[in-house]
Design a protein around this ligand. Structure first.
Ligand code: ATP
Ligand code: LTN
Length: 335
């Protein structure tokens, strides 16, 4: 079990097993997590409790949880260094979430754009969990006294709310929670849908052509990029009203490290067809080693189980300290 070094700052992040993990999740989140492991005490989670705010098919859900776990390892997260746990295995999360619900205002939760988007999308199931989703996320973060939370740009508002809740609680009870900072990398922070490039690429989008899954086969990746929505200008450059091309340039730049200008120069005089093929090839090469490792991990359930058990044990121990402190301050009687 990794020792928490007092000197290093704590990083916590999580991903929902709500479907197949996309290129957006990878570029916006996972890839950054891997790079942070040496400099911080990192803890990562598969946020399965968050995922049931939307109906999940039980068999598929179980598989998605395993897949998400194996994919974190395949991307390069080393569980010996950075514990990886499954959220529902650590009971402190739902307990603190209830407490934080009582320190969060209806108005604050009503302003969350993710809630507004999802209630529009799942209008026949606007459940209370969807509404209180951000307080569970705040619990995930505050339990570990995380200094920084690496996420994609879409999660910034949830993080700000987590800070507000922590501040409010601390102002009543003293210094119980640490105020977390968002860590949003400039590169890949917002990968857009390939079909509606004004919307973020989302793994729960029913249109399979709108996203690239990290586990998509090379030929599928090629096909999806070829079908990506562009514009009629036929010039590979960043520009207003060119959301599709802007997104493809962003992906190309995130994957290859080339600047936007380099990419524009490289494709001068060439059509969108050539550019789309090149983007697809770059993505295929980036994902190939991850897919190979994923296949190894997913075939080894014993290893996954060993790691998620160790992860949960570590997480429980650490998170209980914060939960106990918060409950004590509120006035609950210790067991
Ligand atoms: P869902 O579509 O089910 O809401 P999601 O695709 O938004 O899920 P999450 O599990 O909620 O994925 O997010 C995991 C991480 O991926 C978060 O840090 C989130 O900010 C990041 N992320 C999600 N979509 C994108 C995107 N299109 N571009 C960049 N980062 C993203
Ligand atoms: N809501 C997050 C997933 C998530 C998360 C967290 C991210 C759940 N708990 C704690 C960072 C920290 C999302 O990315 N959609």
């Amino acid at each position: 079990m990794p020792e928490t070094s007092e000197k290093k700052k704590v990083i916590l992040s999580a991903i929902q097993p709500s479907g197949t993990i996309t290129l957006g999740n990878y570029l916006g989140a996972l890839r950054n997590w891997v790079n942070l492991q040496n400099d911080y005490n990192c803890i990562f989670a598969v946020a399965d409790l968050h995922a049931i705010t939307v109906r999940q098919d039980p068999k598929q859900f179980r598989q998605n949880i395993y897949n998400a776990y194996a994919l974190l390892l395949a991307c390069g997260i080393d569980p010996e260094k950075s514990p990886v746990f499954i959220q529902s295995h650590v009971h402190t999360h739902t307990e603190l979430a209830w407490i934080l619900n009582c320190f969060t205002q209806f108005g604050e939760l009503s302003r969350m754009t993710q809630f507004k988007d999802k209630s529009r999308k799942y209008s026949n199931n606007i459940n209370a969990g969807l509404f209180t989703y951000p307080t569970l996320m705040a619990a995930d973060i505050l339990l570990y006294r995380a200094d920084m939370v690496p996420v994609g740009a879409d999660q910034k508002q949830h993080l700000e709310l987590a800070r507000d809740i922590a501040e409010r609680f601390n102002s009543i009870y003293g210094n119980v929670f640490k105020l977390p900072e968002p860590y949003i990398s400039n590169i890949g922070a917002r990968v857009m849908s390939l079909q509606e490039p004004t919307k973020k690429m989302s793994k729960s989008d029913e249109n399979v052509n709108s996203w690239i899954a990290v586990l998509d086969k090379p030929e599928t990746i090629m096909k999806k990029f070829k079908r990506a929505v562009t514009d009629s200008e036929a010039v590979v450059r960043i520009g207003e009203g060119k959301d599709g091309i802007n997104n493809l340039i962003g992906i190309m730049s995130a994957v290859t490290g080339k600047t936007n200008d380099d990419i524009t120069a490289e494709f001068e005089g060439k059509g969108y067809g050539d550019f789309k093929t090149a983007v697809a090839e770059a993505v295929i090469e980036e994902l190939r080693p991850i897919q190979t490792k994923f296949n190894e991990y997913i075939a080894n359930k014993d290893y996954l189980e060993e790691q998620y058990r160790k992860g949960a044990e570590f997480a429980l121990k650490l998170s209980l300290r914060t939960l106990d402190k918060a409950m004590n301050k509120i006035g609950f009687i210790a067991k």
